[in-house]
Design a binder for this molecule. Structure first.
Ligand code: ATP
Ligand code: MG
Length: 426
């Protein structure tokens, strides 16, 4: 036998028995985004490497060690997108979508990061991102947070908390960074190896460390919130007031810094304890400088990204019942029945909205076909034998109901019968 090939580590197949849950999640996400009038933008999966280096930041985990970067045949350095914001901003600038107008956009699709695969952390994973451009005030930050809260509500997800912080302006952050470097330098021996490296490259990220040994050191570190510039402080206070009015609870987490360089002012994460270590299901914030940094005009941006694998894990734990079995299975015995059966199946699909009809393929006698009908999980067997063809009728046998007498209907009544059964949820 030829050697079997396997998928790349950290890149998962989504199998047929999982895809119904994905489809439901994607449908709810789409519906909620539409309720806030966000429009979809579809972006390439591959971009120039430079785009990510210039936006995410050279000394972030993503750019330093997580990107799938390769040279194409023409020698250009390209990268599988590790996130969606950079490409979205690039597209908006390129197509002039930010000239004297606001935008509310969303995108969905796979992202790629060379991380250590573990539960909730993969090398190909899926995000839905929402981004809003051209709005400076805290109202749009609040809208995005309300939108995400509505998603949890619509999905029946309860165990999530909103963590909120402000990173201030880049000037305020630079001043804070100096204070922080002084603090950590004075207590250098308490830093772990990773943090010592970050102290030189990206000291704010030390605050984000998950190492419990660092907790006392971090607890006493100067707080970012004490170093906010007046404008960022006012923005933050106004956002909190809006969330209070909307009845959305939040926790202030002064250690929430986010892993990407482009954020300023508002940052937030929705976190759950139910998923173990990978507990962030949605993360976002404001990135007012990014559009200019990528060659556009100075317009502000704010957005978030959802991690779909983590949401799926939460939904799967709630075990939602999703009906995917066919409504009906068409059994056909005899040459004439085979011929008429195909046309009947097509007609029923025309006439019964939402019908899931599986047609028997590969022939077989009544017994074999009934067995297949049964294993398909179908609610009804539709039976076409010689008699039915001769009398232009169809026999119906309920396969799941306790009352499962077979009965025969005139051919033109089958559609109405199935329509009624589907409406009554079978
Ligand atoms: P983390 O701290 O977990 O590494 P991050 O800050 O790198 O997250 P973002 O870039 O903000 O994550 O991505 C937004 C969301 O996408 C995350 O909150 C998470 O739900 C999801 N996500 C990020 N990386 C992965 C991954 N490797 N596998 C699965 N989901 C991921
Ligand atoms: Mg990460």
């Amino acid at each position: 036998m030829a050697k079997q090939l396997q998928a790349i580590r950290g890149m998962n197949d989504i199998l047929p028995d999982e895809s119904a849950l994905w489809q439901r999640l994607e449908a709810v996400v789409r519906e909620v985004l539409s309720a806030y009038d966000y429009q979809e933008i579809r972006l390439p999966i591959v971009e120039k490497t430079e785009l990510f280096a210039r936006s995410i930041g050279e000394v972030t985990d993503i750019v330093e060690k997580e990107m799938y970067t390769f040279n194409d045949r023409g020698g250009d350095s390209l990268t599988l997108r590790p996130e969606g914001t950079a490409g979205c901003v690039r597209a908006c600038i390129e197509h002039g979508l930010l000239h004297h107008q606001t935008q509310r956009l969303w995108y969905a699709g796979p992202m790629f990061r060379y991380e250590r695969p573990q539960k909730g952390r993969y090398r190909q994973f899926h995000q839905v991102g929402a981004e809003a451009y051209g709005m400076e005030g805290p109202d749009i930050d609040a809208e995005l947070i309300c939108l995400s809260a509505r998603l949890w509500q619509r999905l029946g997800i309860r165990q999530v908390t909103l963590q909120l912080n402000s990173l201030g302006s880049s000037a305020a952050r630079a001043a804070y960074r100096e204070r922080l470097v002084a603090y950590f330098t004075a207590r250098h021996s308490e830093l772990d190896e990773d943090s010592q490296r970050r102290l030189r490259s990206n000291p704010l990220r030390i605050l984000d460390s998950k190492n419990p040994a660092l907790r006392p050191l971090l607890a006493e570190a100067p707080s970012l919130l004490d170093h906010l510039d007046p404008e960022s402080l006012a923005h933050f206070e106004a956002l909190k007031a809006l969330l209070d009015t909307a009845g959305i609870p939040y926790e202030i987490n002064p250690k929430l810094v986010r892993g990407l360089d482009y954020y300023c002012k508002t940052v937030f994460e929705w976190v759950t304890e139910t998923l173990g270590a990978q507990g962030t299901i949605c993360a976002g914030g404001r990135y007012d400088g990014l559009i200019e940094q990528l060659g556009g005009q100075a317009v502000s941006g704010v957005g978030f990204a959802l991690g779909l694998e983590r949401l799926i894990a939460m939904l799967a734990a709630n075990k939602p019942a999703i009906e995917t079995a066919p409504h009906a299975y068409l059994i056909m015995v005899g040459d004439a029945a085979q011929r008429h059966g195909l046309a009947l199946a097509e007609r029923l699909r025309d006439q019964v909205p939402g019908l899931r009809l599986r047609m028997n393929c590969g022939g077989g006698g009544f017994k074999a076909q009934f067995r297949r009908a049964d294993t398909s999980g179908a609610h009804f067997a539709l039976i076409l034998g010689e008699n039915e063809v001769a009398t232009e009728s169809v026999s119906i046998k309920p396969l799941r109901a306790t009352e499962n007498q077979q009965h025969t209907l005139a051919g033109d009544q089958v559609a109405a019968y199935l329509r009624a059964a589907i409406l009554e949820k079978l």
